[in-house]
Design a protein around this ligand. Structure first.
Ligand SMILES: Cc1cc2nc3c(=O)[nH]c(=O)nc-3n(C[C@H](O)[C@H](O)[C@H](O)COP(=O)(O)O)c2cc1C
Length: 418
């Protein structure tokens, strides 16, 4: 039996470490967030339901997104021991430029609806972190505004080809003039996916003040104050729209776009060209044959075809087929820096984050985006060190095993389609 005694003040003194209280509520909140999931929880508390669901939601039963995240969880890392990892380098060359970290910010529409600082926060934070920022055609800041927010960093522009080709290309020309160095052409939206959360919420752009939204807004007054006291929310590159997102997409987007149009765009764009939304080995080969600079394996964060292939599973086959001549990037489901490291180990050249950045934005504007980037960066560094890897180029498939679950039963590595 242990002998008990009363503690003496000199025993207690070394244990007492009262922290100076953090008086800034936002900083306090963000410092307490250790993961992207933590940021997500803060974001949910602070953002009106329609805007939060628009961001977080995916298509139909949201199976694609859940599977993509599961695929990252279903990996095993294989560390190499006894290596000096006292200093490591997370930087790499991507599409002709240097990036400080192996991920960039994916294009997202209506970003100022999530939090009023929107693309301004994203572009400025990306610039300061030394990573690229991609602006969406459906963005709520203009190409010129983004160039001003991120004057020394890399800006990429994302194009949805819409029915009015001349207007699409006029926009692309503006992006080139504003110094955007890369064009991402998204090819997985011939029509809009069924975002059921948006339909259930009656989501319109901008959000409507119905009785339900007003009641729900009571605990999210900060968002509404920002929304009502800053520049009105509008598409920077499109006309005003007062319908639902799906109606807008279906009215604008051109389901007749084909490979021929890609070549046509390529002839007009002076910078690097990347095709976003590739989802099979066959299409990756066809796109690569057009001589594009990169492809992004992506199912649009699960927002288009539900039960689409998991990009992370396609990765090894696609890299084997086209990776020597074309950069293979990946997105969908990344919530942790370890997901990024696993993707690089299996051959991805680069990754993009959508929701991980938007959760940060909704949790705390610019500071929240900084926090999201910081969390992912520290997870990447720690994972690399624990794997015994000092530079991105040292990562290879021997560092990762995909544990078998949700792996296709038939070998689909290459079957030409009729
Ligand atoms: C709210 C939201 C809006 C998006 N808007 C666009 C868009 O306008 N164009 C596009 O190509 N992709 C868009 N995406 C898809 C992202 O570029 C990216 O592919 C996806 O978010 C990656 O998955 P993750 O969110 O799991 O990281 C959007 C994604 C979200 C979450």
């Amino acid at each position: 039996m242990a002998q008990r005694r009363l503690p003496k003040p000199r025993d207690l003194a070394p244990l007492i470490r009262f922290k100076r209280p953090q008086l800034n509520g936002k900083t306090h909140r963000l410092e307490a967030a250790l993961t992207i999931e933590d940021l997500r929880r803060i974001a949910k508390r602070r953002t009106p339901k329609a805007a939060f669901d628009y961001t977080e939601g995916a298509a139909e039963a949201e199976i694609s997104l859940a599977r993509a995240r599961q695929a990252f969880q279903d990996i095993e890392f294989h560390p190499q021991i006894l290596r000096d990892v006292s200093s490591i380098d997370t930087s790499l060359d991507v599409l002709g430029g240097r990036c400080a970290l192996p991920f960039g910010i994916a294009p997202t529409g209506f970003t100022r609806m999530m939090q009023t600082e929107g693309e301004f926060a994203g572009a400025a934070a990306a610039g300061d972190a030394g990573i690229p920022f991609a602006l969406s055609t459906m963005g709520t800041a203009s190409v010129e505004d983004v160039a001003r927010a991120n004057p020394t960093g890399r800006n990429w522009f994302h194009l949805y080809m819409w029915k009015d080709r001349d207007r699409s290309m006029a926009l692309v020309e503006r992006a080139a003039n504003a110094g955007f160095d890369t064009l991402l052409v998204t090819v997985d939206v011939p029509v809009a996916g069924a975002r059921l959360r948006d339909q259930r919420n009656g989501m319109t752009i901008p959000p409507a003040l119905t009785a339900r939204t007003v009641i729900h807004a009571i605990t999210r007054y900060g968002w509404w104050i920002d929304f009502l006291t800053t520049e009105p929310l509008a598409f920077a590159s499109l006309d005003r729209w007062s319908g639902t997102v799906a109606e807008l997409l279906d009215t604008m987007f051109d389901p007749t776009v084909t490979y021929h149009d890609l070549s046509w765009i390529k002839d007009q764009w002076p910078g690097k060209l990347v095709v976003k939304g590739v989802q099979s080995v066959e299409d990756a080969k066809r796109v690569a044959e057009l001589g594009v600079d990169g492809i992004i394996l992506s199912n649009h964060g699960g927002r288009q075809l539900d039960r689409a292939p998991i990009p992370f599973h396609l990765l090894p086959d696609v890299v084997r087929e086209v990776g020597n001549d074309t950069e293979v990037h990946l997105d969908t489901g990344i919530m942790n820096g370890a997901d990024v490291v696993a993707s690089l180990a299996l051959g991805a050249k680069f990754t993009l984050i959508g929701r991980a950045y938007l959760y940060g934005l909704m949790a705390g504007g610019r500071e929240g985006v900084d926090r999201a980037i910081g969390i992912l960066a520290s997870q990447i560094e720690r994972t690399m060190r624990l794997l015994g890897v000092r530079a991105i180029g040292e990562l290879d498939p021997s560092h990762v095993t995909q544990l078998e679950r949700l792996i296709p039963r038939v070998d689909r590595s290459y079957r030409p389609r009729k």
